[in-house]
Design a protein around this ligand. Structure first.
Ligand code: DC
Length: 235
């Protein structure tokens, strides 16, 4: 039995942090180890950005009314791989394109977009047993999460990790462009009025610079198991 399912108590884990910190990879692997569900909220913002481009409505056209009929689907295969659909069309690869990345921070600033996604994210988290990653999960989406983590790494390391991921996916890039893109996105995500990225004092601040992925996952799972035990004892 894994610690996550121990005693039937399934907690909620919020992982926030800047672009390229490895949140999604860590969240997916931690969820798998605990037998929890995993939700990459950044992919939802990317799906809305893709929709703004594909429909031609643009960022300004993302109103409550326009979003009313938008259907974003997130599906997970047995190995944890996620696929994303917009109104039934598979956009898993396209939401990572440079066109989407270039406008996604602006999309994420739109109050109508945040309202639309907040409601869906809370519905998906209902019942616990979930690891959710993003920018405002611990602060806005799931403020009652039993474990909040602020996952970060130096900007150079984050750009290098992104470069490796892109190389694996066969996409051309260079470090200078990636560094500029990540720095710009960090600053936009931290300075916006709506649900900015913040390192909460109640979150575990985890700087993973120089730390191998497996070690980060082990540390998070160990901390989650501690929290699960303390929650069970407190009941
Ligand atoms: O994690 P990512 O790079 O896929 O996220 C894409 C963008 O979405 C990022 O620039 C900020 C935004 N975002 C957000 O504002 N709130 C979240 N909970 C998740 C992502």
């Amino acid at each position: 039995m894994t610690g996550g399912s121990c005693c039937g108590r399934r907690i909620t884990i919020a992982i926030d942090g800047p672009a390229g910190a490895g949140k999604s990879t860590v969240a997916r692997l931690v969820a798998r180890r605990l037998g929890y569900r995993y939700l990459d909220t950044g992919a939802m913002f990317r799906a809305v950005a893709w929709y703004a481009i594909a429909t031609g409505c643009g960022v300004a056209g993302l109103t409550d009314r326009q979003l009313e009929n938008l259907e974003i689907g997130l599906d997970y295969a047995a190995d944890g791989t996620m696929s994303v659909t917009v109104d039934g069309r598979d956009v898993t690869g396209e939401i990572r394109s440079s066109q989407v990345t270039a406008i996604v921070s602006e999309v994420a600033r739109q109050p109508a977009v945040r309202r639309y996604l907040l409601e869906r994210q809370r519905i998906m988290a209902a019942g616990g047993g979930i690891v959710m990653d993003g920018r405002d999960i611990g602060s806005v989406v799931l403020p009652a999460a039993e474990l909040k983590i602020f996952l970060t790494a130096s900007v150079t390391e984050r750009a290098a990790r992104r470069a490796r991921e892109m190389a694996v996916a066969g996409r051309a890039t260079d470090m200078e462009t990636l560094l500029a893109e990540i720095t710009k996105r960090d600053s936009e995500d931290m300075s916006r009025a709506q649900a900015p990225l913040v390192a909460l004092p109640t979150a575990w601040y985890l700087d993973t610079t120089g730390c191998p992925l497996e070690q980060v996952v082990d540390m998070v799972v160990a901390r989650a198991e501690e929290v699960i035990r303390s929650v069970v004892q407190a009941v």
